[in-house]
Design a binder for this molecule. Structure first.
Ligand SMILES: Cc1cc2nc3c(=O)[nH]c(=O)nc-3n(C[C@H](O)[C@H](O)[C@H](O)COP(=O)(O)OP(=O)(O)OC[C@H]3O[C@@H](n4cnc5c(N)ncnc54)[C@H](O)[C@@H]3O)c2cc1C
Length: 338
């Protein structure tokens, strides 16, 4: 069965003029649609069904699914494997690459391997330090950081060579992105750090959780002042908090998370704190969507994947459109092909 000419979401598509990947996520971004992505927490399991079960609840709600790479420096199924499984059934994954556990030899191999398996989007991250996770005795690698990783990714794709200079015969056709955290000090340097990532090859940015709109607006002014608004696709990270206690835990334990007191107090005062956490998230999405230069939201609901659909629906952010839906779209492709 050949899908090259079929405009079927989730399947490899022809690369459009001005695009770098055959992926649907890039098409959504370049079409100017307000994009919605989410992250899938890779399971502590070797069963592919555990990946599919987590992905299925997102069908029809998101444009791409990030697979985290040992986030918080905890051990889980690899991002590469999760993405390979997701591409098999037509999802559009974003493969997250952290520099903590692998050197440049392994990472370049993973970029080629991921692209060979149909991964069209990769997020380049420095990665959380080992001390944050469940194996603090592990040896941290950090041969690269997010910026040098982006440069290498672009070299593989655009110059068709490894960092060593050795030629590769078929380039990874990948949209490269990076993370950013507009919420934590040094705040005045965050937009500059972003500029470095864009100069190194980041085409899209997904941010850490944002619960403080004032800080986000000031970061966006910095991004605009640097003339970056038209040079990247920026998706703002949001997520529901289950309770005031959960918020306190996140502030203490999750590196880089800033939650203002007003948010914790609002949660503490609510009868149903989990519902209030989702309400806050819906309101944030609606406010964020109106900020100039924001191209989408990245909804991170750690081990609460089922909450993502409700939040996206209630926020109205999709404006009646239905992002790709593998089961539905695969059936329609099969019908067209028969
Ligand atoms: C959307 C998203 C997804 C993530 N997923 C993962 C994951 O799957 N696995 C994982 O391990 N981690 C993940 N992280 C966490 C992230 O890797 C860590 O927070 C890491 O400390 C920062 O990585 P980076 O690539 O964003 O930062 P970088 O910008 O590359 O920062 C790297 C280091 O430089 C420092 N730095 C940053 N800005 C400046 C500056 N202006 N001046 C001087 N120093 C600076 C930082 O404090 C950090 O120590 C994710 C983060 C985000 C936003």
């Amino acid at each position: 069965m050949k899908f090259e000419d079929e405009p079927v979401p989730g399947y490899p598509l022809p690369i459009l003029p001005g695009h770098v990947s055959p992926g649907r996520f890039e098409r959504v971004l370049r079409a100017g649609v307000f994009a919605v992505t989410t992250e899938l927490a890779p399971p502590d399991s070797a069963d592919p069904q555990d990946v599919y079960a987590r992905a299925r609840v997102l069908d029809g709600y998101v444009d791409a699914i990030n697979a985290t790479d040992g986030s918080g420096a905890n051990c889980h199924m690899s991002s590469l494997a999760v993405c390979a499984l997701l591409t098999r059934v037509g999802y559009a994954p974003v493969m997250q690459i952290s520099c903590r556990d692998r050197n440049r030899i392994a990472i370049q191999g993973d970029i080629l391997g991921g692209a060979a398996m149909g991964v069209c989007n990769m997020l380049c991250l420095t990665g959380d330090g080992v001390q944050a996770g469940d194996h603090p005795q592990a040896k941290p690698v950090f041969d690269l950081d997010s910026v040098s990783l982006l440069e290498i990714g672009r070299m593989l794709r655009d110059e068709h060579r490894f960092q060593s200079g050795r030629k590769i015969s078929f380039s990874p056709r990948v949209l490269f992105g990076a993370g950013e955290n507009p919420m934590v000090p040094p705040l005045e340097h965050r937009a500059l750090r972003l500029a470095k990532k864009v100069a190194a090859g980041a085409q899209f940015i997904q941010t850490q959780y944002v619960y403080d709109l004032q800080r986000l607006r000031s970061f966006m002014r910095g991004v605009e002042d640097l003339g970056l608004l038209d040079r990247l696709f920026l998706l703002v990270g949001v997520g529901p908090i289950k309770s005031a206690r959960g918020a306190e835990w996140m502030r203490r334990q999750v590196p880089g998370v800033h939650i203002p007191d007003t948010v914790v107090e609002r949660l503490a005062g609510a009868q149903d704190q989990a519902r209030e956490g989702r309400n806050i998230c819906v309101e944030l999405i609606q406010e964020i969507r109106a900020i100039r230069g924001v191209h989408g939201v990245h909804v991170m609901a750690y081990r609460q994947e089922e909450a993502v659909a409700e939040i996206i629906t209630r926020s109205g952010v999709l404006e009646g459109r239905t992002p790709w839906h593998p089961a539905r779209d695969q059936n329609s492709a099969d019908r067209k092909a028969s």
